[in-house]
Design a protein around this ligand. Structure first.
Ligand code: TLP
Length: 343
């Protein structure tokens, strides 16, 4: 089976499994797990932030950040197809009592300061106030697109001048840094908090990191417990996270090259609409021409050909490259998709 549904499907590497077996552990609710403490210290240092917190999922990391930055009744300005809005089960409303104010991104889902500033509101007799602006880099639903550093800086500066915080959903921020050929610190420097996933392209089995100021992370510690995310001898997972940070960030360029290879092969197939140049990182999203085949039925047939993909709508399919797929797998998947569409 060639599994291109997501980079979340990656299995822990042999080195991770060995580190997990050997991990020193303690009770993390008492802050006594040495491996978790080490991961949090190293993650904060890597990102250039004061402190970091290990959380079970990216969703929980984002939701804790929202809870920390906002007051009930606030609005969170975010891109219309952002994960915190589209894929987190209305969590911001349920858990923090805040509402999203969606701003459509421009090309590639990119937010412009002009559009963000127009969506920021003060409290009046009628309006809720903005409590937070949330960015996403890379942008998943827009096709793994990267927000340039200048845009991030311009938006964050503008938001900060209004006295508001900025959170970055950086589930794939190391993919963004790889594409931008810069240090990940440069990507996250403009924002007040950042969440990134150890369990996506970095291949750890579980876990994400929320990073920011010491003050924010102290607050996040309490919110994580409230959300039921206080874990115990969780150093067994943090040990895999340390290997992810040390060994897996450099290889993301291979995933990006494989995604390009896959996209180039797919673009030549009749019935598929895709510009390979638009593929910037490890996510390939393509459209099926009207009258060809609908996406869910193509995905179901591909399963029989031992290829897994995800339908993101009636005509849209997403494929994601990762550590457990090779360039040969990508070409094989493109061949299978071509054969299926021709059948
Ligand atoms: N994304 C998953 C699905 O939920 C769509 C995927 O397969 O891509 N932010 C972004 C940008 C994400 O892509 C994801 C996961 C998350 C947050 C949430 O991470 P988890 O799954 O750990 O809660």
């Amino acid at each position: 089976m060639i599994d291109l549904r997501s980079d979340t499907v990656t299995k822990p590497t042999a080195e991770m499994r060995a580190a997990m077996a050997a991990a020193e552990v303690g009770d993390d609710v008492f802050a006594e797990d040495p491996t978790v403490n080490e991961l949090q210290r190293r993650a904060a240092e890597r990102l250039g932030k004061e402190a970091a917190l290990f959380v079970p999922t990216g969703t929980m990391g984002n939701q804790i950040a929202i809870a920390c930055h906002t007051e009930r009744g606030d609005e969170v300005v975010c891109e219309s197809r952002s994960h915190i809005l589209d894929y987190e089960m209305a969590g911001m409303g349920l858990l923090s009592g805040v509402m999203p104010r969606a701003v459509p991104g421009r090309e590639g889902g990119r937010l412009a300061w002009e559009d963000v500033s127009a969506a920021i509101r003060q409290r009046t007799t009628y309006n809720a106030k903005t409590g937070l602006v949330a960015l996403e880099n890379t942008h998943n639903l827009a096709g793994g697109t990267v927000m340039p550093l200048e845009s991030m800086r311009e938006i964050a500066n503008g938001v900060h001048e209004l006295g508001l915080p900025v959170h970055l959903d950086g589930a794939r921020v190391f993919n963004a840094a790889t594409r931008l050929q810069c240090d990940v610190r440069d990507v996250v420097a403009p924002v007040d908090s950042v969440m990134f996933c150890l369990s996506k392209g970095l291949s750890a089995p579980v876990g994400s990191i929320l990073a920011g100021t010491r003050e924010l992370i102290d607050k996040a510690w309490l919110v994580r417990k409230t959300f039921g995310g206080g874990m115990r001898q969780v150093g067994v997972l943090a040990a895999a996270g340390l290997v992810a940070l040390d060994r897996m960030t450099e290889r993301l360029a291979d995933d990006h090259a494989n995604a390009r290879l896959l996209a180039t092969a797919l673009a030549g197939i009749p019935g598929i609409v895709l510009d390979p140049e638009s593929v910037q990182t490890n996510i390939v999203i393509f459209e099926l021409e009207a009258g060809v085949r609908d996406a869910p039925s193509l995905v179901a047939s591909l399963f029989d050909r031992e290829i897994r993909a995800i339908a993101f709508g009636a005509r849209r399919i997403r494929l994601v490259t990762h550590n457990d797929v090779s360039s040969e797998d990508c070409l094989e998947a493109a061949d299978a998709i071509g054969a299926e569409l021709a059948s």
